[in-house]
Ligand binder design. Structure first.
Ligand code: BEZ
Length: 215
Protein backbone atom coordinates (compact mmCIF):
# COMPACT_ATOMS: atom_id res chain seq x y z
CA UNK A 1 0.00 0.00 0.00
CA UNK A 2 1.28 3.48 -0.80
CA UNK A 3 1.02 5.80 2.14
CA UNK A 4 0.92 9.55 1.60
CA UNK A 5 1.07 12.60 3.83
CA UNK A 6 -2.34 13.35 5.32
CA UNK A 7 -3.51 9.71 5.08
CA UNK A 8 -4.82 8.03 8.21
CA UNK A 9 -2.09 5.72 9.53
CA UNK A 10 -3.37 2.14 9.28
CA UNK A 11 -4.01 0.45 12.63
CA UNK A 12 -2.59 -3.02 13.24
CA UNK A 13 -1.85 -5.61 15.89
CA UNK A 14 1.61 -7.15 15.77
CA UNK A 15 3.96 -9.05 18.09
CA UNK A 16 6.50 -6.83 19.77
CA UNK A 17 9.14 -6.88 22.47
CA UNK A 18 6.53 -5.54 24.94
CA UNK A 19 3.85 -8.07 23.92
CA UNK A 20 1.16 -7.83 21.26
CA UNK A 21 0.93 -4.19 20.24
CA UNK A 22 -2.13 -2.53 18.73
CA UNK A 23 -0.94 0.75 17.22
CA UNK A 24 -3.89 2.96 18.14
CA UNK A 25 -4.09 1.65 21.71
CA UNK A 26 -0.35 1.99 22.22
CA UNK A 27 -0.22 5.56 20.92
CA UNK A 28 -3.40 6.83 22.58
CA UNK A 29 -3.17 10.63 22.32
CA UNK A 30 0.63 10.63 21.79
CA UNK A 31 2.48 11.45 18.60
CA UNK A 32 4.12 8.35 17.10
CA UNK A 33 7.34 7.57 15.29
CA UNK A 34 7.17 4.23 13.50
CA UNK A 35 10.49 3.33 11.91
CA UNK A 36 11.81 0.30 10.08
CA UNK A 37 15.39 -0.93 9.98
CA UNK A 38 16.85 -3.52 7.61
CA UNK A 39 17.86 -6.20 10.08
CA UNK A 40 18.84 -7.08 13.65
CA UNK A 41 22.52 -7.62 14.50
CA UNK A 42 23.72 -5.07 11.95
CA UNK A 43 26.01 -2.16 12.83
CA UNK A 44 24.11 0.93 11.65
CA UNK A 45 20.81 -0.33 13.06
CA UNK A 46 22.49 -1.04 16.40
CA UNK A 47 23.60 2.59 16.65
CA UNK A 48 20.19 3.90 15.53
CA UNK A 49 18.22 1.95 18.11
CA UNK A 50 20.75 2.75 20.82
CA UNK A 51 20.55 6.45 20.03
CA UNK A 52 16.74 6.41 19.92
CA UNK A 53 16.61 4.94 23.41
CA UNK A 54 18.87 7.77 24.64
CA UNK A 55 16.39 10.34 23.29
CA UNK A 56 13.59 9.10 25.55
CA UNK A 57 13.56 12.34 27.57
CA UNK A 58 13.30 14.43 24.39
CA UNK A 59 10.44 12.24 23.14
CA UNK A 60 8.61 12.51 26.48
CA UNK A 61 8.91 16.32 26.45
CA UNK A 62 7.17 16.31 23.06
CA UNK A 63 4.58 13.64 23.98
CA UNK A 64 6.00 11.19 21.44
CA UNK A 65 6.26 7.38 21.50
CA UNK A 66 8.71 5.51 19.26
CA UNK A 67 8.17 2.07 17.74
CA UNK A 68 10.84 0.23 15.73
CA UNK A 69 10.27 -2.61 13.27
CA UNK A 70 12.09 -5.19 11.21
CA UNK A 71 11.06 -8.49 9.66
CA UNK A 72 13.14 -10.42 12.22
CA UNK A 73 11.38 -12.55 14.84
CA UNK A 74 10.90 -11.83 18.52
CA UNK A 75 13.72 -14.13 19.67
CA UNK A 76 16.14 -12.28 17.42
CA UNK A 77 14.97 -8.88 18.73
CA UNK A 78 15.31 -10.02 22.34
CA UNK A 79 18.87 -11.23 21.85
CA UNK A 80 19.85 -8.15 19.88
CA UNK A 81 18.45 -5.77 22.53
CA UNK A 82 21.05 -7.17 24.96
CA UNK A 83 23.77 -6.28 22.45
CA UNK A 84 22.36 -2.79 21.90
CA UNK A 85 22.19 -2.15 25.63
CA UNK A 86 25.75 -3.34 26.19
CA UNK A 87 27.46 -1.80 23.16
CA UNK A 88 25.55 1.50 23.14
CA UNK A 89 25.56 1.87 26.92
CA UNK A 90 21.80 2.31 27.07
CA UNK A 91 18.52 0.59 27.83
CA UNK A 92 16.15 0.03 24.91
CA UNK A 93 12.96 1.53 26.26
CA UNK A 94 10.59 1.35 23.27
CA UNK A 95 8.95 -1.61 21.51
CA UNK A 96 10.42 -3.34 18.46
CA UNK A 97 7.81 -4.99 16.25
CA UNK A 98 8.59 -8.52 15.08
CA UNK A 99 7.10 -8.19 11.61
CA UNK A 100 8.08 -11.65 10.41
CA UNK A 101 4.84 -11.99 8.40
CA UNK A 102 5.46 -8.50 6.92
CA UNK A 103 1.96 -7.36 7.80
CA UNK A 104 3.00 -3.90 9.02
CA UNK A 105 5.81 -3.51 6.47
CA UNK A 106 3.30 -3.98 3.67
CA UNK A 107 0.76 -1.61 5.25
CA UNK A 108 3.41 1.10 5.61
CA UNK A 109 5.34 0.49 2.37
CA UNK A 110 8.56 -0.41 4.20
CA UNK A 111 9.52 -3.05 1.63
CA UNK A 112 11.23 -1.73 -1.49
CA UNK A 113 12.03 -4.89 -3.48
CA UNK A 114 14.47 -3.16 -5.85
CA UNK A 115 16.54 -2.06 -2.83
CA UNK A 116 16.28 -5.36 -0.94
CA UNK A 117 14.24 -8.45 -1.64
CA UNK A 118 14.38 -9.70 1.92
CA UNK A 119 14.55 -6.79 4.35
CA UNK A 120 12.77 -3.54 5.11
CA UNK A 121 14.34 -0.25 4.09
CA UNK A 122 15.23 2.47 6.59
CA UNK A 123 11.88 4.31 6.62
CA UNK A 124 10.26 6.49 9.25
CA UNK A 125 6.71 7.77 9.60
CA UNK A 126 5.51 10.46 12.01
CA UNK A 127 1.89 9.97 13.09
CA UNK A 128 0.01 12.77 14.87
CA UNK A 129 -2.51 12.32 17.72
CA UNK A 130 -5.35 12.29 15.14
CA UNK A 131 -3.54 9.31 13.53
CA UNK A 132 -2.66 11.31 10.43
CA UNK A 133 0.62 10.64 8.66
CA UNK A 134 2.70 13.85 8.88
CA UNK A 135 6.17 12.81 7.65
CA UNK A 136 7.54 9.93 5.59
CA UNK A 137 11.27 9.58 4.99
CA UNK A 138 13.29 6.72 3.58
CA UNK A 139 17.05 6.36 3.81
CA UNK A 140 19.36 3.85 2.18
CA UNK A 141 20.51 0.93 4.31
CA UNK A 142 24.05 2.30 4.38
CA UNK A 143 23.07 5.64 5.97
CA UNK A 144 22.00 5.90 9.58
CA UNK A 145 19.31 8.49 10.27
CA UNK A 146 19.78 11.78 12.10
CA UNK A 147 17.28 11.54 14.94
CA UNK A 148 17.77 15.20 15.82
CA UNK A 149 16.17 15.98 12.48
CA UNK A 150 13.14 13.93 13.52
CA UNK A 151 12.85 15.94 16.74
CA UNK A 152 13.22 19.14 14.71
CA UNK A 153 10.34 18.12 12.42
CA UNK A 154 8.16 17.26 15.42
CA UNK A 155 8.93 20.68 16.92
CA UNK A 156 7.97 22.30 13.63
CA UNK A 157 4.74 20.28 13.28
CA UNK A 158 3.67 20.95 16.86
CA UNK A 159 4.36 24.67 16.45
CA UNK A 160 2.75 25.12 13.03
CA UNK A 161 -0.36 23.17 14.08
CA UNK A 162 -1.05 25.93 16.62
CA UNK A 163 0.13 29.15 14.96
CA UNK A 164 -0.24 30.49 11.43
CA UNK A 165 3.46 30.15 10.73
CA UNK A 166 5.88 27.84 8.92
CA UNK A 167 9.53 27.11 9.71
CA UNK A 168 12.27 28.16 7.28
CA UNK A 169 15.29 26.21 6.03
CA UNK A 170 17.47 24.79 8.81
CA UNK A 171 15.17 26.25 11.47
CA UNK A 172 15.82 25.13 15.03
CA UNK A 173 13.39 25.40 17.93
CA UNK A 174 13.50 28.98 19.29
CA UNK A 175 14.52 30.68 16.05
CA UNK A 176 12.41 33.10 14.01
CA UNK A 177 9.67 31.62 11.83
CA UNK A 178 7.83 32.82 8.73
CA UNK A 179 4.23 34.06 8.65
CA UNK A 180 1.84 32.21 6.33
CA UNK A 181 1.35 34.32 3.17
CA UNK A 182 -2.47 33.98 3.43
CA UNK A 183 -2.48 36.36 6.40
CA UNK A 184 -2.53 39.84 4.95
CA UNK A 185 -4.77 41.92 7.18
CA UNK A 186 -2.68 44.26 9.32
CA UNK A 187 -4.96 44.05 12.37
CA UNK A 188 -4.81 40.27 12.25
CA UNK A 189 -1.03 40.35 11.85
CA UNK A 190 -0.65 42.59 14.89
CA UNK A 191 -3.02 40.45 16.92
CA UNK A 192 -1.43 37.15 16.00
CA UNK A 193 2.17 38.33 16.21
CA UNK A 194 2.39 40.80 19.11
CA UNK A 195 6.20 40.45 19.14
CA UNK A 196 6.22 42.17 15.73
CA UNK A 197 7.36 41.03 12.31
CA UNK A 198 9.83 41.98 9.63
CA UNK A 199 8.72 42.18 5.99
CA UNK A 200 11.40 41.20 3.45
CA UNK A 201 8.92 40.82 0.58
CA UNK A 202 5.09 40.72 0.83
CA UNK A 203 5.30 36.91 1.03
CA UNK A 204 8.44 36.60 3.16
CA UNK A 205 7.85 37.91 6.67
CA UNK A 206 9.74 36.80 9.76
CA UNK A 207 8.47 36.87 13.32
CA UNK A 208 9.87 35.58 16.61
CA UNK A 209 8.66 32.08 17.40
CA UNK A 210 5.19 32.83 18.85
CA UNK A 211 5.31 30.40 21.79
CA UNK A 212 8.72 31.66 23.01
CA UNK A 213 8.74 34.38 25.62
CA UNK A 214 10.69 37.50 24.54
CA UNK A 215 14.19 37.54 26.12
C1 BEZ B 1 23.40 -1.81 9.08
O1 BEZ B 1 22.44 -1.58 9.81
O2 BEZ B 1 24.54 -1.69 9.46
C2 BEZ B 1 23.17 -2.24 7.66
C3 BEZ B 1 22.05 -2.98 7.33
C4 BEZ B 1 21.88 -3.38 6.02
C5 BEZ B 1 22.81 -3.02 5.06
C6 BEZ B 1 23.91 -2.24 5.39
C7 BEZ B 1 24.10 -1.84 6.71
Amino acid sequence: MTLRLGDIAPDFIQQSTIGDLRLYDYLGDYWGILFSHPADYTPVCTTELGYTSKLQEEFSKRHVKAIALSVDDLKSHEGWIQDINETQNTYVNFPILADKDRKVSELYDFLHPHASETTTVRSLVIIDPNKKVRLIITYPASTGRNFHEILRVIDSLQLTDHYKVATPANWENGEDVVILPAIKDENELNERFPQGYKTITPYLRFTPQPNKKPT
